[in-house]
Design a protein around this ligand. Structure first.
Ligand code: 4AD
Length: 477
């Protein structure tokens, strides 16, 4: 009650304070500064209150002593309240550590927005024991944490570095639409919607649009949301994800894989060369070492042999592609054979054993989309299967992070592809036109940004790598 009577005022005799973000404070040492933020941590030691303040650009130790620690707002201060602090920025004494190497010794402060104490306190909502489904509901609060915010900070640096690398290789950024009327990766995973009385979808991939840009803009890329209505509750599937896609003209399949490898390695080099992003990688994934080049390249056909040799089996499927179980309900496991899809579990085991990035290439046409170019030469067919100039890049701990291919340049071959996949070419007229008006050999790829970030930041699931992740049943917050 006594403390309520104490009123703190800002002394007019002190030097005018410089308003600053925490991240820019070094330049203002030994000056009077004004900083606003949220109370990240709070500790009282006798008559001194130590605060760690957070404003998104960094963390700052704030010290309240004397009158500034005796006012009612100081005694009742809670974590996650917002406040403005003014005082002198001093280097921390020898032997003491604080973020940035300095601390703010406060002469005046005010509470801006209080955060509740007691049962409703922030730490009662959110702590180590909070249930995952509640954590998902409270994603907006989880984001305030040190780990979640570091992942998003690294994500931002990653996107900037990707753009830098791509631009330096003469790819131009474009922004294709999300609302589309064609499918790229098959009808099964399309989100359908009513578009002014017509059927439309949320895009699965911007690839077809990127292909149309080649004759006018040259090589292009985009960073666009893609949507997949996959009922997959796995560590690496989202219903909406950020898709980094590139498309290049007048290249060979070998050029395509080399480009993907260059993109990844140069982007990682940029991140590691930058002090701030290198620190984030160190914080999130201390044992990270960038992959060495060239990446291993393994054909699909030899990968099937590899799986058999290593005893990595797959579940038998019935004619409806449902997993077969035995009398006790246990999955019936069989060896992989040519023509099989290499499913997530097998793929993951393979990458974990190999322990470094690997390009799997040359998948059978039957397993892949209508637009993929067929492989020619003696390795182009085996056991009745025709392989395609397609590749998946697999990374340890995550599995597939990139899918790419050379595209069919020939019109007749494209029509055969539409037919094989049961696609009505009518709505694809604009895509077909690319082959009509000056076709070219070209290829491209799509990289799942959340998957790449899960690899880089060593996250258990892609859900941690998205701002507000969407998966089956989850579109809140
Ligand atoms: O292999 P995908 O389906 O390839 C394409 O969409 C091509 N049209 C891309 C292109 O050539 N331009 O998807 C590419 C990548 C995958 O390797 C994966 O990293 C990511 O997109 N991806 C997903 N990420 C999160 N959740 C999902 N449900 C994903 N589906 C694909």
């Amino acid at each position: 009650e006594e403390s309520k009577k104490i009123i703190l005022t800002e002394s007019p005799d002190l030097p005018k304070a410089i308003k600053s973000k925490i991240g820019s404070l070094v330049a203002h040492r030994n000056k009077r500064v004004r900083v606003s933020g949220w109370i990240h941590r709070l500790r009282q030691q006798k008559d001194i209150i130590f605060i760690v303040l957070r404003d998104g650009t960094g963390y700052l130790q704030v010290v309240l002593t004397g009158l500034t620690a005796q006012i009612y707002q100081a005694l009742t201060l809670t974590i996650e309240s917002s406040a403005e602090f003014t005082g002198e920025l001093k280097e921390v004494p020898e032997g003491k550590t604080a973020p940035g190497g300095h601390e703010l010794v406060v002469d005046y402060w005010k509470l801006l927005g209080e955060s509740p104490g007691g049962d409703a306190a922030f730490t009662n909502q959110l702590n180590d024991k909070t249930d995952p489904s509640i954590l998902a509901d409270l994603r907006h609060l989880v984001l305030r944490g040190e780990t979640a915010s570091a992942v998003l900070r690294l994500r931002s640096a990653l996107l900037a570095a990707f753009r830098d690398t791509l631009t330096s290789h003469d790819l131009l950024e474009v922004t294709p639409p999300c609302l589309v009327q064609t499918s790229v990766e098959g009808g099964a995973t399309l989100f359908k919607l009513d578009y002014y009385g017509q059927p439309a979808y949320l895009t699965q991939s911007s690839q077809l649009y990127l292909e149309t840009c080649l004759p006018s803009l040259g090589d292009v890329f985009c960073v666009q949301e893609s949507f997949r209505a996959e009922n997959s509750h796995t560590r690496r599937h989202l219903s909406e994800y950020t898709h980094l896609e590139g498309e290049l003209a007048f290249i060979t399949f070998d050029d395509l894989m080399t480009h993907i490898e260059t993109l990844i390695c140069e982007t990682l080099d940029k991140l590691l060369a930058n002090h701030a992003s290198a620190a984030l990688i160190k914080q999130l994934n201390p044992s990270f070492v960038p992959p060495s080049r060239p990446f291993l390249r393994l054909s699909y056909a030899s990968a099937i042999d590899w799986l058999v040799e290593h005893g990595i089996k797959r579940q038998e499927e019935d004619e409806h592609e449902n997993g077969v179980v035995d009398a006790e309900g246990k999955p019936v496991m069989v060896d992989h054979k040519l023509g099989d899809d290499i499913a997530e579990a097998a793929e993951r085991q393979m990458t974990d054993i190999i322990g470094k990035p690997v390009f799997l290439y040359g998948f059978p046409a039957e397993l892949k989309s209508f637009y993929m170019k067929k492989m020619t030469g003696p390795d182009g067919t085996k056991g009745g299967y025709t392989f395609t100039e397609s590749c998946d890049l697999l990374m340890p701990n995550v599995g597939e992070i990139v899918g790419g291919s050379m595209r069919i340049a020939d019109m007749e071959e494209l029509f055969a592809g539409y037919k094989r996949e049961g696609i009505d070419p009518t709505s694809y007229y604009w895509f077909t036109d690319q082959r009509k008006y000056g076709t070219c050999e070209h290829g491209g790829y799509g990289l799942g940004v959340e998957r790449f970030l899960a690899y880089l930041a060593n996250r258990y699931t892609v859900r941690e790598c998205s701002l507000y992740p969407r998966w089956p049943g989850r579109a809140t917050p």
